[in-house]
Design a protein around this ligand. Structure first.
Ligand SMILES: [Zn+2]
Length: 107
């Protein structure tokens, strides 16, 4: 199922980005600190409810800003930090993310 795969991939990418950000910024004892765990579960929940389904653009490019402002700001910080660094740690995900970000959102 295309829809499921696409959402799963986006969730996977976001998780990697949050982990990367958290590890460098918050030095958590576990994989993620509490704040970043909350952010990730919030992001997953939003993704699951995304009305675009399989046609979903990446969230940075999305026309429906479904994140509440505080979470949106956090996710933007994570992406700004982790985005360029993903090229080295997870090149395939990073490049796919860049390509998808350039593609205009399907309406
Ligand atoms: Zn953290």
């Amino acid at each position: 199922m295309a829809a499921k795969n696409s959402l799963h991939r986006e969730r996977d990418t976001i998780e990697k980005m949050i982990r990367l950000y958290c590890r460098s910024k918050h030095h958590p004892e576990q994989a993620l600190c509490r704040e970043c765990r909350d952010l990730f579960s919030y992001a997953s929940e939003r993704l699951g409810k995304c009305r675009f389904g399989s046609k979903k653009p990446t969230c940075g490019q999305c026309t429906v800003h479904c994140y509440k402002p505080a979470m949106r700001e956090k996710v933007r910080m994570v992406m700004r930090y982790a985005g360029p660094r993903m090229i080295f740690t997870h090149p395939v995900d990073a490049i796919r993310h860049l390509i998808q970000t350039r593609r205009p959102p399907a309406q």
